[in-house]
Design a protein. Structure first.
Length: 343
């Protein structure tokens, strides 16, 4: 099968498996797993931060950050298609007791003009006030779109002037860095906290990182344990994360080129609507309503022909390129879609 459901399906590389087998371990709840310590220090240095925390998932990283930044009754501003709103099981309401305040971005990028009308200042006797702003870069459900640094910096500057922290859901921040030709230090410097995934495009089997000040990370560690994230001899997983940071961050442009190849091929297929110029990274979302098929039907036909994709609603499909998808796989995907719709 050509698995284009997500970059989360990547399998650990042989080097990762070897590192996992040989990992030196301790008890991370006691803070003495040397491989976890090395990973956390490596990630913090790579992003120019004081400290880092290894968490099992990006969702936990985001939820721990929300909990550490806010207090119950706060509002949290996020885009209406964002991961924290749609794919984290109402976590911010259940765990932190905060209410999402959403806005809509037509192209999936973030700017202050979209965020500002949703800001609620302290002192009202009728409504909660803004405790946190969340920016997602790249934006998953918007098709892997990238928000440029200038827009992110303005959001942070304006928010900080109002004494509101800004968290970056940077699950695929290395994809954003590859697309923009900038370092992750440059792209993330304005933010108060950062979460990024070691899985997805970087290929590790498990794990994400949460970064910030030393004080913030100590508080986050408390909430990680509360949510069941005390993982004991977890150096066997952290070892794969180290390889991911050392070896996998510089090859992401290959996935972007493969996604663009698929997008350009699909754009020429009658019934499919996609603008290849909007495909900036490794995610492509396309409208199949013109084919007369539902996304369930379309996905079934793909599967019958050896390809896996995801329908994100009734009319839009999502395909994601990654390390385990070759250029020839992408060519075959386009040919298969053409064959299905010509049948």
């Amino acid at each position: 099968m050509i698995d284009l459901r997500s970059d989360t399906v990547t399998r650990p590389t042989p080097e990762m498996r070897e590192a996992m087998k040989n990992a030196e371990v301790g008890d991370d709840v006691f803070g003495d797993d040397p491989t976890v310590i090395r990973l956390q220090e490596m990630a913090a240095e790579m992003f120019g931060r004081e400290a880092g925390l290894f968490v099992p998932t990006g969702s936990m990283g985001n939820q721990v950050a929300i909990k550490a930044h806010t207090k119950p009754g706060n509002e949290v501003i996020a885009e209406d298609k964002s991961h924290t709103i749609n794919l984290e099981l109402s976590g911010m309401a259940m765990i932190s007791g905060v209410m999402p305040r959403t806005f809509h971005s037509p192209d999936g990028t973030f700017n202050w003009d979209l965020i500002q009308p949703n800001y609620r200042q302290p002192g009202s006797t009728h409504r909660g006030y803004t405790g946190l702003i969340i920016v997602e870069n790249t934006h998953n459900l918007a098709g892997g779109t990238v928000t440029p640094l200038a827009q992110m910096a303005e959001i942070c500057d304006r928010a900080h002037a109002l004494r509101v922290p800004v968290h970056l859901d940077g699950a695929r921040i290395f994809n954003a860095a590859a697309a923009l030709g900038q370092s992750v230090i440059e792209l993330t410097k304005p933010f108060d906290s950062i979460m990024f995934c070691l899985s997805k495009g970087l290929g590790a089997p498990v794990g994400s990182m949460l970064l910030g000040t030393r004080q913030f990370i100590e508080e986050a560690r408390f909430y990680r344990k509360m949510l069941g994230g005390g993982m004991r001899q977890v150096g066997v997983l952290a070892a794969a994360g180290i390889v991911a940071l050392e070896k996998m961050t510089t090859r992401l442009h290959e996935d972007h080129a493969n996604a663009k190849l698929i997008a350009e091929g699909l754009a020429a297929v009658p019934g499919i609507k996609i603008d290849p110029e909007r495909v900036q990274t490794n995610i492509l979302v396309f409208d199949i309503s013109g084919t007369g098929l539902t996304t369930t039907e379309f996905g079934d036909k793909l599967k019958q022909n050896g390809i896996l994709g995801v329908g994100i609603n009734e009319k839009e499909m999502r395909l994601v390129t990654h390390f385990d998808v070759s250029r020839s796989d992408c060519v075959q995907t386009v040919q298969t879609v053409k064959s299905i719709l010509n049948a």
